[in-house]
Design a protein around this ligand. Structure first.
Ligand code: NAD
Length: 499
């Protein structure tokens, strides 16, 4: 069994800790200072096949365990995760880089989800409805589907695996989980605690390794009928294509280009709080990050000045230091991509109001730190206002009416989250109706989802499914409609009539 803090970690397949069949490994390092977190198996198709076979066997007995009993394992997991919350939080500040309060929030989200989905064990409601014929009963029930392939990104390394594995498992499915290669230690710790909570062997397996090998094999494996994937739009399209051959269920949660609207009647101090939290929390590496701020012209200058003042006070540093406001970004590639968008913004004619550079000094050069960046005078068609940057960069766009603000907010390919700051209830309700996103906040930033409401987006943010809440159950179950005729004679629906 892998021990936290040890250098070498393993896959967890069929209740056993094992190396990759090839014996190959890769390293996870801290984005905060380059420290090695651990060495992990670099798995390939053979390892995925073993895990799928184990999950397939486990499925035949797990689906028959009464759902309330399945739910009890989730309750125990919630308790264990709560007991280990501080330790997992610290690991997250080191391996993923987010600041301690946000890391604790990430873990808490999984605890909340475990309690919520554990309760589902005693619900999993279906429907009954009267028949059009006499002496006939009918109902619909949820059925598990089989082996779920869960592929996750690094930005919510505990919360996102929980959104996928907890509903999948309480519904009676079994899972092969592939975490991102930037956060394998957190994926491993998640599985270790879940197994300790009493999951039978094979119900949850983890296979470490790259998207091109482990991810791709999971997506193509004929014994994996569902893929639940969170990541970039580009990978989401590749996953959909690869899964098409076997007509798999594909659940996608992809990118965002979320906007906060600030109207002329808004509480500007509150709006700035919301913008700072939404644009720079997790160093802007949230699918729900506010990378656009759409501001009414009457308050544009005042808001820009308040925002820049606040942003320039933010302290960069490792997530485990108490006075850090912004941690590192995930890796060198991300740092370079974020900086390339600064160059693009300048070339497009946007005005760099603050930031726009890699941060160094005071040890920051050991990690991947980028100064929080605000662009002003951004036009809605510019690339920095259209493309997902996934870093601490936000773009101020000036508008002259609510209608224009909503059109600008909607004028991107993604549709995850949106927000409006206004004291006018009429404007707020128009925005709630007309903003074409899966989530809308009024007088709050673009982030802050709770586990019992659906989470996901419209347009290119996904493919119509939702995570969390009751909606998650639709991803991990199939409906079966059951008709029971106790009349003792043949009754034909739509043809015979009840007297
Ligand atoms: P990514 O698409 O690069 O990787 C996501 C996962 O897919 C990783 O585990 C990766 O190894 C795997 N993968 C890569 N290629 C694959 C392939 N061909 N087949 C199967 N799996 C493959 O994304 P990322 O950089 O890790 O995450 C950032 C992205 O995730 C952003 O676009 C962000 O908006 C999005 N995201 C969306 C949500 C949401 O709920 N909508 C939440 C968080 C992050």
């Amino acid at each position: 069994m892998a021990i936290l803090g040890a250098k070498s970690f393993q896959n967890y397949i069929d209740g056993e800790w094992v190396d990759a069949a090839s014996g190959e490994t890769f390293e996870s390092t801290s984005p905060a200072n380059g420290d090695t977190i651990g060495v992990f198996p670099k798995s390939a198709a053979e390892d995925v096949d073993r895990a799928v076979a184990a999950a397939r066997t486990a499925y035949e007995s797990w689906r028959l365990v009464p759902a309330p009993k399945r739910g009890e394992v989730l309750f125990r997991f919630a308790q264990l995760l709560a007991e280990h919350k501080d330790e997992v939080t610290e690991l997250m500040t080191r391996e993923m880089g987010k600041v301690r309060a946000e890391a604790a929030g990430d873990v808490q989200e999984a605890i909340d989800m475990a309690y919520y989905m554990g309760g589902e064990g005693r619900r999993l409601f279906g429907q009954t409805t009267p028949s059009e014929l006499r002496d006939k009963f009918q109902m619909s029930v949820r059925m598990p589907v089989g082996v779920v392939g869960a592929i996750t990104p690094w930005n919510f390394p505990i919360a996102i695996p929980s959104w996928k594995t907890l509903p999948a498992i309480v519904c009676g499915n079994t899972v092969v989980f592939k975490p991102a290669t930037d956060t394998p230690a957190l994926g491993e710790r998640y599985v270790e605690l879940f197994a300790e909570a009493g999951l039978p062997r094979g119900v949850l397996n983890i296979v470490h390794g790259g998207g091109g090998e482990v991810g791709q094999r999971l997506v193509e494996h004929p014994d994996v009928p569902i893929i639940t994937f969170t990541g970039s739009r580009e990978t989401g399209v590749a996953v959909t294509r690869a899964a098409a051959e076997n007509l798999k269920h594909v659940h996608l949660e992809l990118g965002g280009k979320n906007a906060i609207i600030v109207m002329d009647d808004a509480d500007l101090d509150l709006a700035v709080d919301g913008i700072v939290w939404s644009a720079f929390g997790t160093s802007g590496q949230r699918c729900t990050a506010a990378s656009r701020v759409i501001v009414h012209e009457a308050v544009y200058d005042q808001l820009a000045s308040l925002l820049v003042t606040r942003v320039e006070q933010m302290r960069l540093g490792p997530g485990w230091e108490d006075d850090t406001d912004i941690g590192p970004v995930i890796n060198r590639g991300a740092l370079e991509k974020i900086h390339s968008y600064t160059e693009i913004g300048k070339q497009e004619g946007a005005k760099l109001l603050t930031g726009g550079e890699v941060a160094d000094g005071n040890g920051l050069e050991k990690g991947f730190y980028y100064r929080p960046t605000v662009f002003g005078d951004v036009e809605s068609g510019m690339r920095i206002a259209q493309e997902e940057i996934f870093g601490p960069t936000t773009a101020l766009i000036r508008v002259s009416s609510l209608g224009e603000a909503i059109a600008v907010s909607n004028g991107v390919e993604y549709g995850l989250s949106s927000s409006i700051f206004s004291r006018d209830v009429n404007k707020a309700f128009r925005a709630m109706r007309d903003l074409n996103t899966g989530i809308t906040y009024v007088n709050a930033g673009t982030i802050g989802a709770e586990v019992h409401l659906p989470f996901g987006g419209t347009k290119d943010t996904g493919n119509g499914h939702r995570e969390a809440g009751q909606a998650a159950l639709d991803v991990f179950t199939e409906w079966k409609s059951i008709y029971v005729d106790y009349s003792g004679k043949l009754q034909r629906a739509q043809i015979d009539t009840a007297e």
